[in-house]
Design a binder for this molecule. Structure first.
Ligand SMILES: Cc1ncc(C[n+]2csc(CCOP(=O)(O)OP(=O)(O)O)c2C)c(N)n1
Ligand SMILES: [Mg+2]
Length: 345
């Protein structure tokens, strides 16, 4: 796809087309998929045992979207996610132990245990937040893109959201302004066919989310979100365009959540046949088959998967060993120090 150079103040940013990944890049991404899969499995295990506060929402089965998109991001690029955000945070490069500790509400978590599963933030890594408000991060992502544009930075903003979020007015308000102001924001919709326990067919007459881009004049594509090769290629193309200043893009990734809406969801609204069919679309298995076809030995891939699993298990053990925040620090980070000075009891 051809894009012109993006002019940033007096600076003209040259953006090369993304290079085709090497076999070692694919193996690194295979490891990243396993890292997320194992992480979510551990959240599920500990949540079932009552160790995780709140209702964690797992991204099991949707890993290829996170890994394929985030492979193109730098630390300067800002990422916003939804209630189903653990995988995006890890794929952007946040520390596994600190992310898990945050979900457990421990003092060594990314937000010192104040946030939990739906409020993970890692500013140093450009992860500007998850949210429990469906669609709530869409305008924040546009705002971050606007800030980058105003400051003449080459960075972009990416927001992950579910298909259900497109039913919220804020989605349309954000897209409208993003197109008008040519903001460098990538809208990544993970269309898993459900909003909570309601299938898309039951709550929307618009089958594909990409159709919403047309009236606003925004380029969009619907792709197979369980095929890492496709996600990586299409996200790379879209992001190169964004960096050149061609304005926002909507990437709709068709994917499937292998787990319930939240941990504890008995999934009475899904048949056994549907769950079996979803397992057969596993993005990790699909990448594995592709790499084997390209000559990589299965044993090597199994070793990579096992190493990723061990890395996560050790991080989880360290996260669990940390204490919760000291109750005497409950007001820390709520108000800035200057705001508190002058207040007396
Ligand atoms: C503004 C708002 N409305 C409703 C809810 C309740 N809610 C939580 S998740 C969810 C469904 C979201 O579906 P989708 O955007 O497709 O994301 P998915 O869970 O499928 O990843 C709803 C309606 C909420 N959290 N926030
Ligand atoms: Mg959904």
């Amino acid at each position: 796809m051809a894009h012109g150079p993006r002019e940033l103040g007096s600076e003209v940013v040259t953006v090369n087309e993304p290079a085709a990944p090497t076999l070692s890049d694919w193996k690194r991404m295979y490891r990243a998929l396993w890292r997320i899969r194992t992480f979510e499995g551990q959240v599920q295990r500990l949540a079932a045992a009552g160790e995780v506060p709140g209702f964690p929402h797992l991204s099991t089965g949707q890993e290829a979207v996170a890994v394929g998109v985030c492979a193109h991001l730098t630390r300067e690029d800002t990422l916003f996610t939804s209630h189903r955000g653990h995988g995006h945070t890890l794929a952007k490069g946040s520390d596994v132990q600190a992310t898990f500790a945050e979900i457990l509400g421990r003092s060594n978590g990314l937000c010192r245990g104040r946030g939990g599963s739906m409020h993970v933030v890692d500013v140093a890594n450009g992860v500007l937040g998850a949210t429990g408000v469906v669609g709530g991060n869409l305008p924040l992502a546009a705002g971050a893109a606007w800030a980058a544009q105003a400051k003449g930075k080459a960075s972009i903003s990416v927001v992950f959201f579910g298909d259900g979020a497109t039913g919220a007015g804020v989605f349309h308000e954000t897209v409208n302004l993003a197109v008008l102001w040519k903001l460098p924001v990538l809208f990544v919709c993970e269309n898993n066919g459900y909003a909570e326990f309601t299938s898309r067919e039951e709550h929307s007459n618009v089958k594909l989310v990409s159709a919403f881009a047309t009236p606003y004049g925004m380029p969009a594509k619907t792709i197979d979100g369980n095929d890492l090769l496709t996600v990586h290629a299409e996200a790379g193309d879209a992001i190169a365009g964004l960096r050149r200043g061609s304005g926002p893009f909507l990437l709709e990734c068709i994917t499937y959540r292998m787990a319930g809406h939240f941990v504890g969801d008995a999934q009475h609204y899904r048949s056994k046949e549907e769950l079996t069919a979803i397992k057969q679309k596993c993005p990790i298995e699909r990448l594995k088959r592709h790499l084997i076809d390209r000559g990589v030995r299965e044993t090597e891939l199994d070793t990579i998967g096992e190493e990723a699993r061990q890395e996560v298990l050790q991080a989880v053990a360290r996260a669990r060993a940390a204490p919760p925040p000291d109750p005497s620090t409950v007001l820390d980070y709520v108000y800035s120090a200057p705001a508190l000075s002058g207040i007396s009891g």
